[in-house]
Every structure is written in structure tokens, then in C-alpha cells.
Design a protein around this ligand. Sequence first.
Ligand SMILES: [Ca+2]
Ligand SMILES: [Ca+2]
Length: 177
Amino acid sequence: MVLLQTFLKAFRFVELTQGPGMRVFQITDKREQGFTLMEMMVVIAALAIMAAIAIPSFMSMLPGLRLNGAARQVMTDLMAARMKAVKENNEVRVFFNSPGTNQYQILDDDDNDGTADTGEVFTTKNIQDEYHDVTFSATTNPIFYPRGTAYGTTVTVTNTSGSRDVKVAITGRVKIQ
Ligand SMILES: [Ca+2]
Ligand SMILES: [Ca+2]
């Protein structure tokens, strides 16, 4: 009986002709009409379970992603400073935690005197513009020389997930460790 009811629910019966002693039905699968409410509920429940599993683990990954992103940003800017020193044929200096905490300034030091003079181009970045929980410290402020070499440093970026070191070697090479 239950089986019969299930069968009747699952299919649509359309009477096509009606003659003496003969009735013809077209039987079609109801699912061709779309999803049933039950199917929708099963799909929604499955998605809710997957989201409940995936979202917390994704959220726990975010600090690590931000830390790596911040380290890459510092590395990219230091590499660009090195290339600029070569291209401009003058020293380029980077000042960390200047003018404020979490900021760094990149100076195109045309006259190689270590200070920003009138007409020299200065760029200021704040690491927390994109990576709000990341802070950094530097052993010293690096200098990039026109020949591609450098006065090296180690910049350590930190947040709740840990820390990464961005190292500038005296050869001028910049890498994340
Ligand atoms: Ca200068
Ligand atoms: Ca210059």
C-alpha cells in the first residue's frame, strides 16, 4: 500500500484517450517538472552540513593567509626598491616603522645622503591596510645600492598564526624564510 502510494506520488498520470473499453494513460516522471520540496530540503540540509564543516576551518586558515600575504608584500616592495636603485642609479632606502608603527617608507635617495630632501620621491605604506592584524620589526633599515647589492636586514612579520622572516642579503637578494 505504501509502495503504491509512493508510486502514485512519483508519477503523473494523464489520460490521453477515452474510448469504449479502452483508456490510455501517459505516465511521466514528476521529477521532469523540477525538484520536489523534499529534494530541495535534502539538498539544503546537505549544503548546511558542508558549510558547518568548511566555514570554521576556512576561518581558522585566515590569519596564516594574512601573514603570508604580508610577508609577500614586504618582499615585493623590497625587490622593487632594489630594482629602482639599479634603474635610477642611486641609493634607495627603506625605513621600517616610519613615520608611524606598521608603516614603512621607501626613499628614492637621489643624492645618496640617507635623508629625504626636497624633490626626492618618498612612498609610504601601511602593512595593516591589507593585513589588519600583522605587525613587523626590522633588525635595521636596508639600503639598496645602484649595483644591486644591499645593506641587508631581516624584517619579521608577525600575527596570531606565527611569524615569517623576510631577509635582504648583502648581495641584494630578497627572500622569505
Ligand atoms: Ca637625499
Ligand atoms: Ca632617483
